[in-house]
Design a protein around this ligand. Structure first.
Ligand code: NAG
Ligand code: NAG
Length: 170
């Protein structure tokens, strides 16, 4: 029961995406983040509590206080690299097998539009190797977890919840 509460609290804590407050993203971008978040929510196919046994700690690399700092200094680069990793995760064949393709296509298209907007804004400012390494490690963990669980519906559900959480932190 305690575990269940923890999971639910975790989900609720993350139900509002932050919008990169310190990093001068235009409103359209915030709107896109909310759209991506809403799509991830809609994509749910099975009840999260039925997947308790599949929970995993993916070790998100930063704490909230660090993220505030990152937003102020490397916000665009951070935002763009995280969205790119999320795009890579959901653009796989295994993802297509797991999700409703209408919703998945909308999600990928929103992510793609966001990334293109960021690219336009960033110019040369795309380089944040330290953040990149940490993000790669985090997402590699997620890919390995899915592989390990043979891309089961519950594994994808756990990942969907994790990405929603992650999105609230980018
Ligand atoms: C995260 O923030 C804390 C407090 O500001 C700081 O002590 C720590 O070094 C930061 N960690 C990273 C990885 O930047
Ligand atoms: C996929 O989602 C769309 C939009 O919510 C819905 O209209 C459609 O029936 C769903 N398709 C399947 C196969 O569940």
């Amino acid at each position: 029961m305690a575990q269940m509460y923890l999971l639910v609290a975790g989900v609720m804590l993350c139900s509002i995406p932050a919008c990169c407050l310190g990093c001068n993203l235009p409103w359209i971008h915030c709107w896109k983040s909310n759209e991506i978040f809403a799509l991830l929510k809609q994509m749910q196919r099975i009840r999260t509590p039925s997947c308790l046994k599949d929970r995993a700690d993916f070790k998100f690399p930063w704490k909230r206080e660090n993220i505030t700092q990152i937003h102020m200094t490397q916000g665009l680069c951070y935002h763009s690299l995280m969205l790119q990793q999320i795009f890579n995760l959901f653009t796989t064949e295994d993802s297509r097998a797991a999700w409703n393709s209408t919703l998945l296509d909308k999600l990928l298209s929103s992510l793609d539009q966001s990334l293109k907007q960021l690219e336009k804004m960033e110019g040369d400012n795309l380089d944040c190797p330290d953040l990149g390494h940490a993000a790669q490690k985090y997402f590699r963990g997620i890919h390995l977890y899915l592989e390990d669980r043979e891309y089961s519906p519950c594994a994808w559900e756990v990942v969907r919840v994790e990405i929603k959480r992650c999105l609230s932190l980018i």
